[in-house]
Structures are given as structure tokens and as C-alpha cells.
Design a binder for this molecule. Structure first.
Ligand SMILES: [Zn+2]
Length: 305
């Protein structure tokens, strides 16, 4: 039983996951990619108890759940709605509000849509802890700042300093990391690099002295001095493209985000950015299905390119 391909269109998605039974078959295929096998006695045949999502070994009676360890375990919401929600969150680049999700899926209660989104968002936080590798651009930017207030005057909204690290992959970008940092001190910036980037990688930054200690911390460091600020985009093109996309997304979709919630949105942006070439992996991660099989390393996901 090979795992099915990720649907490329809404119509394909609808055909593949058209009812509860189809979703359960998919869960079973994720749980046993090589076909069912009892964990206790290795028998290859089971009874299916569909409504409880249980498979019961025909030889020894051992029961296995196809939803254990996933976000779907014990839910009263239909599987089709969960699958639709995860699909929309995976493929809808601007992201979705709970109200949009409620309307699109025809969910009766707003609270149900909110809870689904909340659980899917939780799967976006730190699901990928493999350090960035080889060559990485790092820079920081301010998010927020002065905005036009309700009464037309300008008011100061909390500004947050965000640092980004982006992998260099030929002329393209690999993965990104986007944390809020307290300040632009050497301790904050190099502390972030130490946690996010593989030891020994080449780190490219601007001339800011806060990055200078990197060479003593086991990184290769190339500082590109700017001079003209407009040249920054040419010296660190990938990280500036990420900042541009991020700011447009925050303003366009969320009408600006301040303070405490910013990191949640940075996590969502990061999740989608890092999985933009692997929507199937993103879909499975959101539903908690990725943990049903062995970890897939990032290098392996990229190997097919
Ligand atoms: Zn058995």
C-alpha cells in the first residue's frame, strides 16, 4: 500500500478525501505504509472497527489505533473537516482566520473552527529543529513601529526586533528561522546563530559588530560592509526577500501584528516557507501524521529536487 500523492487541486483533494471512510483509509496507509502488521505477533490480517479507528489483530486480538499520537485522536469533529482544514492551512499562502475557516467548511460553531486552527497552529511551532547548514545569510529588521491610529493621528505601536537566518542554496533560498530577539546586542544575535545554525557553517552578515564574535564561536563568518544602505539588498538578497515577503504578509493578511502575538505569526510564516516545496509533508505535520513514521530529514526532502 503506497502512500498516495498529495492532491494538486481542490477537485483532486475532494475526490481523495470525500468521506470518513476515505480519510480513515489514508490514516491506515500512513500508519502502515507497507500494509498492516500486528505489533505484538506480526500477523498480517486485522478486523477494522471503523468508528473507533481501531484495527484488531485476527490472530491475537491486539488493538491498534490509527489516530493515536495525532491531532485527530478522540476528536468529535469529522475527519473530513480536519483534512480540509489542514489542506487549506497548508496551501492557502496568506493563512486563514477562524471565521474564514468556519465559512469555507460550513462548520456550525465558530469555537470548533477556532479550536481546529489552534491545534493545527500548535503543530507549526518548532516542528523542524535541524540546524541550518552550509551557508546562511543573517540580518535583523524592525517589525511594527509608527502606525496611523484610529483617530487619524500617528501612534507608536510596539516595535519588535526580528532576526532572520536563511540558507543559501545556489541562487535560491533554503529554510528560514525567524525569532523575535530582545535587542541587537552581540549576545542576542550570536546566541540565536549558535542555536539555529550548524557549527562550522559559513555565516554571511552585514558589517554590524554584534556578529564579530561568530569566528570565535566555531563559525566561518563573512561580514559584508554596506556603505550605501540600498546595497544591503544585493549583499544579503535572500534575507531581504524574506523580510519583504514577511512584512507584506503581516500587513496584508493580518493588518499588522504587535507585541505578544508576533512570534506565533513568525512561526506560521516559517512553517509555510520551509515546506513550500513539500506540501504533503506540511499536511501530515499539521495533522500529527508525520510522527507515525520515522523522521524524514530535510536533506532527503530536498534530494528529489
Ligand atoms: Zn497480533
Amino acid at each position: 500500500m503506497a502512500r498516495p500523492d498529495f492532491p494538486k487541486t481542490l477537485a483532486q483533494f475532494q475526490a481523495q478525501f470525500r468521506d470518513e471512510a476515505a480519510c480513515r483509509r489514508y490514516l491506515a496507509a500512513c500508519r502502515w505504509p507497507e500494509g498492516y502488521q500486528c505489533r505484538r505477533c506480526q500477523h498480517l490480517v486485522a478486523f477494522v472497527l471503523p468508528r473507533r479507528g481501531l484495527w484488531q489483530c485476527k490472530a491475537c486480538g491486539h488493538q491498534s489505533s490509527v489516530t493515536a499520537g495525532t491531532v485527530l485522536h478522540g476528536t468529535r469533529t469529522p475527519l473530513t473537516q480536519w483534512f480540509w482544514a489542514a489542506y487549506l492551512v497548508t496551501t492557502h499562502t496568506p493563512g486563514l482566520s477562524a471565521l474564514q475557516l468556519q465559512r469555507q467548511l460550513g462548520i456550525d460553531r465558530y469555537e470548533t473552527a477556532w479550536a481546529i486552527l489552534h491545534k493545527l497552529r500548535r503543530a507549526m511551532v518548532r516542528p523542524d529543529r535541524e540546524p541550518l547548514k552550509h551557508q546562511v545569510e543573517v540580518d535583523e529588521t524592525y517589525i511594527g513601529g509608527p502606525e496611523v491610529g484610529l483617530r487619524g493621528g500617528r501612534q507608536l505601536v510596539d516595535k519588535a526586533l526580528v532576526v532572520a537566518a536563511v540558507e543559501v542554496r545556489g541562487t535560491a533560498s533554503g529554510r528560514v528561522r525567524l525569532p523575535v530577539v530582545p535587542d541587537a546586542s552581540g549576545a542576542s544575535l550570536t546566541g540565536f546563530v549558535r542555536n539555529a545554525v550548524e557549527h562550522g557553517a559559513l555565516v554571511v552578515t552585514d558589517g554590524w559588530q554584534g556578529y564579530a564574535p561568530l569566528t570565535t564561536m566555531g563559525f566561518r563568518h563573512r561580514a559584508r560592509t554596506q556603505g550605501d544602505p540600498r546595497r544591503a539588498e544585493k549583499l544579503l538578497p535572500r534575507v531581504h526577500r524574506v523580510f519583504g515577503n514577511l512584512k507584506a504578509w503581516l500587513v496584508g493578511t493580518h493588518h499588522g501584528v504587535a507585541g505578544a502575538h508576533l512570534q506565533v505569526y513568525l512561526d506560521e510564516f516559517t512553517f509555510r516557507f520551509n515546506r513550500r516545496r513539500t506540501p504533503m509533508a506540511a499536511f501530515q505535520t499539521l495533522l500529527g501524521l508525520a510522527t507515525l513514521h520515522g523522521p524524514t530529514t530535510y536533506d532527503r526532502l530536498y534530494a528529489s529536487e
